[in-house]
Design a protein. Structure first.
Length: 358
């Protein structure tokens, strides 16, 4: 009996091949999981006493949004950079915690290390969409360090290393400090606009050691990635447990002769004003805290220019009817560097603010 030749098997790169109907089903299930189910992943963040957002998770803006959603338990919240976050102190010695001790209030610390005003604007607009709603009181800190030079102000021609590049305007190519590739910029925009991509980035940061899934599996072949997913995240800072006692002078920091960027030419100042406007539009009760600089570390000329700049900032805020408080310059030995207080400095600032923010 003559054997008829078998029909050739269609080429396939894997042993599994899907019919058109099966392929459509897979696509439908993928869309269901990615864009409908996962965005409603019941992620929550603990808000324990002495809370401040974890340094390790500082670019996990999806998780930060969940923290903001839980911040309604506070009498008011403070938003700013590492001065409010508390660079040289432990969780119990930040400005917010000093205020809690002195006033008996329950203020919340929503600061993020390295959060310059341009990044703050994007954070509030895209990732912290519930911040300020319902008349929430928000104390917004402006650190003048971000306008000390055109490079820090992001108006300079030189590209310096910048904090939170994902929070920069991704389609503004005039910011030379944004070193992200076009592909990275597109991914960043997806993370802002689609919860699925934001959640993927969150899992990458928290569950996979800041590695993408492919790299994680390659380095951990015996681990089930699904077993590392979670619902509740401990977003409390655990790394900074000691209070530094070394001031800027004994650290050997040099004197500075910063020229400062005029408000009318400053990208960071305009971004800060934009952030105030976004929060006010939501109904927030915003008070601006105009931070001081460690003028002991400046040349006489630079200190005089800073005084003039501060007067201009104060004048602009008053003209815009934005409530503001100018924080005092601390004694030299209460600064760890150009702008960050040490623990005694935070206690002094809390005493100054206690009766002004009630």
């Amino acid at each position: 009996m003559e054997n008829k030749p078998k029909k050739p098997i269609p080429y396939g790169s894997n042993s599994l091949r899907l019919s058109p109907k099966e392929l459509l089903l897979v696509v439908a299930l993928t869309v269901l999981v990615a864009f409908i189910a996962l965005p409603f992943w019941p992620l929550a963040a603990d808000f324990p006493p002495h809370f401040r957002f974890s340094y390790a998770y500082r670019d996990d803006y999806y998780l930060y949004g969940k923290v903001v959603n839980a911040s309604g338990i506070h009498d008011a919240v403070f938003l700013g950079d590492s001065v409010i976050w508390g660079m040289y102190v432990n969780n119990e010695s930040t400005l917010v915690e000093c205020l809690n001790k002195q006033t008996g209030k329950n203020y919340g610390n929503l600061a993020i290390d390295g959060l310059h005003p341009v990044a703050m604007r994007t954070l509030v607009k895209e990732h912290a969409k519930n911040l300020g709603r319902g008349g929430q009181k928000v104390f917004l800190y402006f650190n003048p360090l971000w306008v000390n030079t055109p490079e820090y102000d992001l108006t300079g021609k030189g590209g310096i290393s910048v904090n939170h590049p994902k929070l920069l305007p991704q389609l503004d190519f005039t910011i030379k400090a944004n070193k992200q590739t076009l592909s990275e910029r597109c991914k960043t925009l997806l993370e802002r606009k689609l919860a699925f991509y934001g959640l993927l980035h969150h899992f990458q940061v928290v569950s996979f050691g800041n590695k993408d899934l492919k790299s994680f599996i390659a380095k951990n072949p015996g681990t089930n990635p699904l077993g590392r997913l979670h619902i509740v995240v401990d977003a409390l800072e655990h790394g900074h447990t000691l209070n530094s006692k070394i001031d800027w002078y004994n650290s050997g920091l040099p004197e500075q002769n910063w020229l400062w960027v005029k408000p009318s030419e400053s990208r960071q100042w305009q971004a800060f004003l934009d952030t105030v406007a976004i929060l006010q539009k939501r109904g927030a009760q915003v008070t601006v805290l105009l931070g001081a600089i460690n003028t002991h570390m400046l040349t006489k000329e630079s200190a005089e220019r800073f005084t003039t700049l501060r007067e201009e900032h104060h004048k602009i805020l008053n003209e815009l009817n934005i409530k503001n408080i100018e924080l005092p310059v601390l004694p030299s030995n209460e600064y760890g560097d150009a702008s960050h207080p040490l623990a005694p400095g935070y206690e002094r600032l809390a005493e100054f603010l206690a009766d002004k923010i009630q």
